[in-house]
Design a protein around this ligand. Sequence first.
Ligand SMILES: Nc1ncnc2c1ncn2[C@@H]1O[C@H](COP(=O)(O)OP(=O)(O)O)[C@@H](O)[C@H]1O
Ligand SMILES: [Mg+2]
Length: 390
Amino acid sequence: MTVKVKVENLTKIFGRHPKATLKKLKGGLTKEEILKQTGHTVGINNVSFDVNDGEMFVIMGLSGSGKSTLIRCLNMLNVPTEGSIEVNGEDIVKYNKQELREFRQKKVAMVFQHFGLLTHRTVIRNVEYGLEIRGVPKEERYEKAKNMLATVGLEGWEDKYPSELSGGMQQRVGLARALANDPDILLMDEPFSALDPLIRRDMQLELLDIQAKLKKTIIFITHDVNEAFKLGDRVAVMKDGVIEQIGTPEEILANPVNEYIENFVQDVDKSKVVQAKHILFKPSALVSIKDGLKVAVKEMKTNGISSVFVVDSERKLRGLVTIDDTIKAMQDGKTLKDILIKDYFTTDPETYVQDLISKASSSKYPIAVVDETDKFMGIIMRVSVLSALT
Ligand SMILES: Nc1ncnc2c1ncn2[C@@H]1O[C@H](COP(=O)(O)OP(=O)(O)O)[C@@H](O)[C@H]1O
Ligand SMILES: [Mg+2]
């Protein structure tokens, strides 16, 4: 993994004398005290984090916690009071005007909550905008914009005006416009917060799709913990200008660092975060198809279980046998192959617990987790599914 963006000790103070106020902040005054004493607002306070190349990094926090302040530093719309922001190893805080212009035109693009489209331009002319500024020839930019509109599902809408589009479609235009420049980094400040829940869900899935295709580094802001955990490879939780915790959704769910985070994640619908791979375990018993019935019986007896999965020499799942069938087969002179049962459920490791509930509750056997080549990875018990939900 390569680090794409490295933010170190970043602080942004709003007001007339930020540097002098920074001293007070470092002296130990709180954000509140600083506001009272000096009238300055601490937007973000000593924030550090890395974002990896190709990662979807989500910044989550309540309104006023400093999310926009932070993301606006990442394209220098906000000039930090202190700290560094390395992108591809270069500190953009130190860029001169020319370098900054280049950076904004080529490396980074932003999608806003309220779309920020130009109302007097058609859809395609909105998407072309950044390319136009860069002086890309007319035909070429038209082609690129058209392709990008197709990518976001807006083929045929090129010549409409933004006002003729629904909110969801307008935000697709916003996304196409940001992507048209082929930026390395996409900054998204609550891009879906103004949309209806169903449209919002579509957009989230669409973004995951686009991300899988284009492999951009995305920094995504939201105040919605479910959205954060659904989209984020990693999530940073902010409070009062400070990052309280950074981790994968599972890490944060499993080990909230303080009460604040604990309260925050209480609202999370865990069934949409926890996946099969998080709750599977390696069974104590597993039988190879080459093993005889005797081995199978012994495995089940010593482990106190009534059925066991059977794999081949490549660990591919072949079936399951029960202890009753196995004992009977010994008497009848049958082999392991003759008594393989197939009426268990399998799942791939990425499936959400949500989608395992009905399988888990309607099956007598554990669920087998297999990878895309049918290789056996482990089992999931009904109780693991249920306890993952609470
Ligand atoms: N341009 C500004 N001037 C003064 N204060 C600001 C400015 N922008 C943001 N703030 C303050 O900084 C804090 C963080 O705001 P913001 O980053 O917009 O939070 P969020 O995006 O998480 O809702 C708030 O107290 C806000 O009032
Ligand atoms: Mg904001």
